[in-house]
Ligand binder design. Structure first.
Ligand code: COA
Ligand code: ZN
Length: 302
């Protein structure tokens, strides 16, 4: 039976970008190869952004050239501009993700551009991706709260998401970049965006700063039948432009939560926890997930 849940594993990008220790090329490739074997449908394997902005991911070309690609798995990459697009093509990324935010200040800090200017920058990038039949994701960061501007109006998020879709994005990922959203805010945003955007084009991206990510994901799944989620093995991550923000919701915890409610999940909880666990000696700290360490040797439905 096909999984209803669609996981984009963002650990190799959103997860690693905020790690203090420099993770070697070999460790990154091993991490992605292990994730490829877990069952997740999509892996965000790197970012073709400025190496000065995100030094940890400066070797994304090498990562893309060395990973063993599992047929059926989509290997995507973050692309901020045309230069990034050239690098993504060179790296043979299957899919690209452009990124902007629903907050002007956050966008300025993150990509040195306002919302309008960033969307203008994406236009040639998306056009080229479409010509090459590469699927495109559009990220809307700070979709609930902004570290500089406070609460973000759902109407603003909808507006940015619609612009990305109008340019040709195939899906939008709505990000609680600083991990402050609660289930009521999740409902308010979904109540609005689902009036204008089909469910299958919306992915939810929760961070777990205050331990709310699972609650938000479950509200979205149970009450709105949302099935597309971003998550990071081990709960790695954080945002360099959002002080104090914790990592993404851990993939293994999200899978556990969804399967406990009867969802058909795509990946093995134990395998995801194992993929992240192999990184511990390089990270210099424990994983942030609950299921990691407890998952070993146990069987879960998948
Ligand atoms: N890949 C590699 N280098 C790039 C690049 C890319 N995609 N885009 C720009 N650069 C380089 C330029 O060549 C230039 O290098 P130089 O100083 O040696 O001449 C430098 O970066 C500045 O380029 P510029 O076009 O003026 O960009 P900027 O300074 O306004 O930065 C971004 C804009 C988008 C490139 C940068 O802010 C960025 O990469 N941000 C990513 C942040 C991120 O990934 N955040 C986490 C995800 S939420
Ligand atoms: Zn994120």
């Amino acid at each position: 039976m096909k999984s209803a849940i669609r996981i984009t594993e963002v650990g190799p990008r959103d997860g690693l970008q905020n790690e203090k220790a420099t993770i070697s090329l070999e460790a990154k490739v091993a991490f992605i190869n292990a994730l490829s074997a877990t069952g997740v449908q999509e892996i965000e394997a790197g970012a073709f952004v400025s190496p000065k902005a995100i030094p940890q991911l400066a070797d994304s070309e090498e990562v893309f050239s060395r990973i063993e690609r599992k047929p059926g798995v989509i290997y995507s990459a973050l692309v901020p501009n045309e230069k990034g697009m050239e690098r993504a093509i060179f790296g043979r990324a299957d899919k690209i993700a452009v990124f902007t935010a629903a907050s002007e200040t956050f966008n300025q800090k993150n990509i040195n551009a306002g919302i309008k200017e960033s969307i203008e920058r994406f236009e040639p990038v998306i056009r080229q991706a479409k010509a090459m039949k590469m699927p495109v994701r559009g990220y809307v960061s700070a979709a609930f709260h902004c570290p500089y501007e406070g609460p973000v109006a759902p109407q603003k998020v909808l507006g940015v998401a619609l612009e990305l879709l109008a340019l040709g994005a195939d899906e939008v990922s709505l990000g609680d970049t600083i991990g402050r959203a609660n289930p009521d805010e999740t409902r308010r945003l979904l109540d609005l965006v689902l009036k204008e955007i089909p469910k299958k084009k919306i992915v939810l991206h929760f961070h777990d700063t205050y331990g709310m990510a699972i609650a938000n994901a479950l509200a979205a799944y149970q009450e709105y039948q949302m099935v597309g989620f971003d998550s990071s093995a081990g709960g790695l991550g954080g945002c360099p432009y959002a002080q104090g923000a914790a990592g993404n919701v851990a993939t293994e915890d999200l899978l556990y939560a969804l399967s406990s409610l009867g969802a058909k999940i795509p990946a093995s909880i134990e395998a995801v926890a194992g993929a992240a666990g192999a990184l511990i000696p390089f990270l210099g700290h424990a994983l942030y997930s609950r299921a990691a360490g407890r998952a070993k040797g146990q069987t879960f439905p998948s």
